[in-house]
Design a protein around this ligand. Structure first.
Ligand code: ZN
Ligand code: ZN
Length: 387
């Protein structure tokens, strides 16, 4: 069994990460990224590499020994529609797009784990390396599942990670149960009769009604839901067809809602419809509510969380219980099929927030993420079958 030099691997991974960072691609357009991933996996000598799973997804399979259990490790490959503010040599060469969420780091760390496990073994069974497209719009995991991921590349459990600004490098956090929220989107269209700004009583304009509705929507979380249920209702846009000296006959209110249980998501929608109709009636306009569910809540399996803590003893610096986060993650879709565990890995305390236009994954975290993947494989597929 050939032991890989970790310093050499870290250097190599830094090169891959910066190359991926310089060539960001939007969800379902990760052609170069997917080709890069597939070429590396083939170079490492995996048993199978399949491209085009759910659009631009890639699945690598590595088998050792005779064990019949399989675990999946997942990374996301997509970038965001953000213009990068950076003077770094590896800044985005694809204007208007950037890796502002560190998925370049996730892809690289999983490639590092594939290289290390292919070279060193140390497990008995099957590892599936799942590289998914389009995490940011919450469609990539579903696309792979719809392309029969579970039937073509079956596995018993799945692990994933996200880099986390504010958490020290080499530290990780996770928790049993809900860890990341559902994301629902809504649009409320108010219709009345626009008209002259000097004669509001001649029509039924929609702007004052819309402002009242924005305020009333704040009572869903503060007055209709239990304080024990973490949730957020955010109005993010208010658009009207009004103009200087003309009152609007149309107003659109858009926003998103976060919650951790399907029952809470359902109650937010129900209350929103009641409040929208009631407020519209009070202002003599009509309201139409469209409500959609984009991301489901991410629920970690309690037993696998314990396994993650155990596997990382001595591998990563400190593991602590995370608070539930009101961000959302496509990883949750895989957990409809198998139990799994999602963890946060430190990107350093000085890091700017995710989705910031000067975000850059910290290369000092690369080996830690790879070590996490490798440790979990060896913990869950125990046995040293080797090469
Ligand atoms: Zn993101
Ligand atoms: Zn992300």
């Amino acid at each position: 069994m050939a032991e890989l030099d970790r310093d050499v691997l870290k250097q190599e991974m830094t090169g891959w990460r910066r190359d991926l960072h310089a060539h960001p691609e939007f969800g379902f357009e990760e052609k170069r990224t997917a080709a890069f991933v597939a070429a590396k996996l083939r170079e490492f000598g995996l048993d199978d590499v399949t491209e085009g799973v759910g659009g631009t997804g890639v699945v690598g399979t590595l088998k050792r020994g005779s064990g019949n259990r399989a675990i999946a490790l997942r990374a996301d490959m997509d970038a965001l529609r953000i213009t990068e503010q950076s003077a770094a040599a590896h800044r985005s060469q694809n204007t208007g797009f950037m890796h502002a969420c560190g998925h370049d780091g996730h892809t690289t760390m999983l490639l590092g784990a594939a290289k290390l496990l292919a070279a060193e073994g140390g497990f008995d069974g099957t590892v599936r390396f799942v590289f998914q497209p389009a995490e940011e719009w919450g469609k990539g995991a579903l696309a792979m599942l719809d392309d029969r991921l579970m039937q073509r590349f079956p596995f018993d459990e799945i692990f994933g990670l996200h880099n986390m600004p504010g958490l020290p490098i080499g530290h990780f956090e996770t928790r049993a149960g809900p860890i990341m929220s559902a994301e629902d989107n809504f649009e409320i269209v108010l219709k009345g009769i626009g008209g002259h700004a000097a004669r509001p009583h001649s029509g039924n304009e929609t702007l004052v009604a819309a402002c009242a509705l924005v305020t009333n929507l704040q009572t869903i979380v503060s007055r209709r839901l239990s304080p024990a249920d973490i949730s957020v209702v955010s109005v993010t846009e208010l658009i009207t067809d009004g103009t200087r000296n003309a009152l609007p006959g149309l107003a659109r209110i858009l926003g998103d809602a976060r919650s951790f249980r399907p029952e809470v998501s359902a109650e937010i929608e129900r209350q929103m419809r009641v409040i929208a109709q009631g407020t519209a009636a009070a202002y003599n306009v009509s309201a139409e509510v469209t409500y959609s569910r984009e991301f489901v809540p991410l629920q970690n399996d309690a037993e696998l969380v314990d396994e993650a803590f155990a596997a990382t003893q001595g591998v990563l610096a400190v593991g602590v219980a995370a608070e539930p986060m009101t961000g959302s993650e496509d990883f949750a879709r895989f957990l409809d099929h198998v139990p799994g565990c999602f963890v946060f890995l430190g990107n350093g305390e000085a890091s700017v927030p995710l989705h910031n236009s000067s975000y850059d994954f910290n290369d000092d975290g690369l080996l830690h993420g790879t070590n996490f993947h490798v440790a979990i494989v060896r913990q869950r597929l125990g046995g040293a079958a080797g090469k």
